[in-house]
Design a protein around this ligand. Structure first.
Ligand code: NAP
Ligand code: G4F
Length: 327
């Protein structure tokens, strides 16, 4: 039985990945921070078989302890401050958790492995946000990175540190440059879930409008359940490497709005949508579209959920949740 340690197990990807690994017969350990984390109950209900280990990416000795307890074959480092807008207001904290946290985990693995580089395989959750002011369309593994947010800068640090540990110590350390991926488990602060939730509530008469920022930004949105499969496949390769994971299609925020509102029978949706300056960012990533041919060829990975299916899945899920508020 293989053993895996997941940081960020209480997040969207951690939840999908934990179920994927359990379905493959892994013994799964999940790192949870804080003394009374409200998400603990959520992950316990979602995947009761996950063994919880307390720890924090800011606390190196807690990471070493988590490794000693879990004795993993594979570590998936998904833990991060992941909300881009928040990263301008909390730039140092974001740099420490999302950037230095990667170094803390890599160093803990190096010490735990006692320089046996083959002992633990490592996955780093890198991000298409690193492409920022994109220097090439579509973006691929070799595209110059030009981050546009403190979050993006922190992810670049973690990305290069992962490559550095691979090259310096021969560690099996892979970095997945994942483009935006969503699901009904997406945090409500991200634009897709913010919209699916509001659309459900508007359809049910629970609210009348939604305030958003830039509706013209374009993202390459996929389904989180597909993307965690790519993470696992990366760690099953003989050689560690870096891979772009994306659908290869891009859509503006207003296209997401159009499909979501149309799905609940509202065609004149503009009257429900307001733009509020507080949701515009100091620097925007205008366009993301990924070229995932390397992942498709080497990992045999491909997305299974279309953009329309993704939007409708999220709206349907929020309709079910919000109906409970009507009862
Ligand atoms: P998410 O839902 O925001 O989850 C983030 C996780 O990190 C949560 O479990 C959170 O724990 C944990 N965390 C925060 N601070 C921590 C700390 N100091 N120590 C340990 N854990 C900490 O993010 P996600 O969407 O699942 O994304 C997973 C990873 O992929 C993140 O690194 C993200 O930056 C990256 N990524 C995401 C996407 C995407 O589109 N979803 C795309 C590219 C890359 P709490 O529950 O306690 O807050
Ligand atoms: O949903 P978002 O907040 O996601 P963003 O910034 O693309 O970041 C997500 O994807 C990254 C991968 O590229 C991850 F690394 C990161 O952790 C996170 O998961 O915003 C998407 C777009 C942006 O252009 C934003 O300006 O939607 C635009 N937007 C417009 N109105 C809004 C809003 N975003 C949010 N969150 N809230 C709004 O009201």
């Amino acid at each position: 039985m293989k053993r895996a340690l997941i940081t960020g197990v209480t997040g969207q990807d951690g939840m999908y990945l934990s179920r994927l690994l359990l379905s493959k017969g892994y013994e799964v350990f999940g790192l949870v921070r804080g003394q009374n984390n409200p998400k603990l109950e959520v992950i316990r209900a979602w995947a009761p078989e996950v063994n919880i280990v307390t720890g924090d990416l800011l606390d190196p000795s807690s990471l070493l302890r988590a490794l000693n307890v879990s004795q993993p074959d594979e570590v998936y480092n998904l833990g991060a401050i992941s909300f881009v807008a928040y990263s301008w207001e909390n730039a140092q904290l974001t740099s420490q958790v999302t950037g230095l946290g990667v170094l803390n985990m890599l160093e803990a693995i190096r010490l735990y492995s006692r320089d046996d580089a083959s002992k633990v395989r490592f996955y780093q959750a890198s991000s298409s946000e690193m492409f920022g002011r994109v220097q090439e369309v579509p973006q691929r593994e070799t595209t110059l990175l030009w981050p546009r947010s403190p979050y993006g800068v922190a992810k670049v640090y973690g990305h290069y540190m992962t490559i550095n540990y691979r090259e310096s110590y021969g560690m099996h350390a892979s970095s997945g440059i994942l483009f935006n991926h969503e699901s009904p488990l997406r945090g409500p602060e991200f634009v897709t879930r913010k919209i699916s939730r509001a659309v459900a509530r508007i359809a049910l008469g629970l609210q009348n409008q939604i305030s958003l920022g830039n509706l013209d930004a374009k993202r390459d949105w996929g389904f989180a359940g597909d993307y965690v499969e790519a993470m696992w496949r990366m760690l099953q390769q003989d050689e560690a490497d870096d891979y772009v994971v994306s659908t290869g299609n891009t859509h503006a925020v207003r296209e997401y709005l159009d499909i979501a509102f149309t799905h609940v029978g509202i065609s004149d949706w503009e009257q429900h949508v307001f733009q509020d300056p507080q949701f515009f960012r100091p620097a925007e990533v205008d366009l993301l579209i990924g070229d995932s041919s390397k992942a498709r060829e080497k990992l045999g990975w491909e997305p299974t959920v279309s953009f329309r299916q993704l939007v409708e899945m999220m709206v349907d899920s929020d309709l079910e949740l919000e109906k409970q508020n009507v009862k």
